[in-house]
Design a protein around this ligand. Structure first.
Ligand code: SAH
Length: 350
């Protein structure tokens, strides 16, 4: 019999489970609080539940508790990069970034990724598997417990394509932002996608107040296809329509992410084309100086090129920010830490 992944259950589902075990309804509330509010790392910590019940739970359920295998703390900005081991031995990474407005955690949504974006380290070895809702939650729970500081913002911008793991993503968001857990405001949750059109449209209809970030990285299909294989499946016309639909349905302004790669997507004509592409959209542009990975030849645009690109957008009335690079000294880019960890293990194994 398959064991139940207990930390992925809603409060109602937990009630049903406990009822089936012959327990009183209030036990579900206690258990839910232990997991999602007190962030317990095991059934043993739940001291107001009887030993008998804890035993029954351990017998019938799996309890997701990520094991930190490594934490790197940036000397520059105190960004913390966590490498967690999952029950099956896979490793994933999460990042804690400290801002004036609060602590933000960037989580992974999959082990690896199958989207194949050329500049991204997370996708080099393909997709291993989807993360469960509890594995997404526990990245945040472990970090909040480790630092003792409240996490106020969550961005699903780590390894993986969240809309390629749709159902688990939605359940994760509801548990994260619902009552009785960390209760993080939906407005403080951002989901970043490479542009899976049916996923964006479906997300628009979930009645959520989260922010959608679209990885654009090019103002036309021709350049976009050289950077992102997904662009061969969904053209920009379709993608931009889906973004408009997202705004109409949710009223939430979008973020358009644009990683600047020298000589690939960073000239002023491209900036002007970007303006034309998004000028009737409700959203702003986040420019990301590409973080070079050793497996690829891509180079970060120079400071002047970045400034000029930014000015061109601003001149046209587009809201734009340049992403501050955080944790550059600790393999800060998507999937880099996990990749170097796995490569090292492989070498040692040989
Ligand atoms: N799969 C999702 C979320 C993961 S990555 C997506 O594609 O949006 C979060 C953002 O970082 C994406 O915009 C992604 O394209 C970008 N990114 C990944 N690797 C990068 C790198 N080496 N340099 C700059 N941006 C990168």
């Amino acid at each position: 019999m398959n064991k139940t992944d207990i930390k992925s259950l809603t409060h109602e589902e937990l009630q049903d489970l406990l009822k089936g075990m012959g327990e009183k309804p209030f036990r579900a509330g206690q258990l839910y609080r232990w997991m999602h509010e007190k962030l317990a790392a095991s059934f043993d910590e739940m001291t107001n539940l009887s030993k008998d019940l804890r035993g029954k739970l351990a017998e019938n359920c799996t309890f997701t508790a990520l094991k930190p295998v490594c934490v790197r703390i940036s000397q520059i900005d105190d960004t913390r990069k966590y490498l967690f081991e999952l029950e099956d031995g896979n490793v994933i990474e999460s990042v804690l970034m400290k801002y004036k407005h609060g602590n933000s955690v960037c989580i992974s949504s999959q082990v690896g990724c199958r989207m194949g974006c050329r500049f991204c380290a997370s996708t080099l070895d393909g997709l291993e598997r989807n993360l469960t809702p509890s594995e997404m939650l526990d990245q945040i729970y472990r970090i909040q417990r480790d630092t003792g500081e409240r996490v106020s913002n969550v961005v699903v911008m780590g390894s993986g394509e969240p809309l390629d793991n749709y159902d688990n993503l939605i359940r994760f968001i509801r548990l994260l932002t619902g009552e009785g857990g960390l209760n993080i405001s939906q407005r403080n949750v951002t989901v970043s996608t490479c542009g899976i059109v049916p996923g964006i449209r479906k997300l628009a209809e979930e009645d959520l107040q989260i922010t959608l970030a679209l990885s654009l990285h090019a103002p036309n299909d021709e350049v976009r296809r050289t950077l992102m294989p997904v662009a061969k499946r969904y053209g920009l016309n379709e993608v931009m329509d889906a973004c408009r639909y997202y705004f109409e349905k949710t009223g939430r302004r979008l973020t358009f992410e644009y990683s600047l790669v020298q000589g690939v997507n960073d000239n002023l004509d491209e900036a002007k084309a970007l303006v034309r592409l998004i000028k009737d959209q409700h959203g702003h542009v986040n420019l990301i100086p590409v973080n070079p990975i050793k497996e690829r030849e891509y180079v970060q645009s120079g400071r002047q090129a970045i400034e000029a690109f930014k000015n061109q957008l601003e001149k046209s009335g587009i809201n734009v920010t340049v992403r501050r690079e955080m944790g550059r000294d600790i393999d800060g880019a998507c999937g880099q830490l996990r990749k170097s960890f796995i490569d090292k293990e492989r070498k040692e194994g040989e």
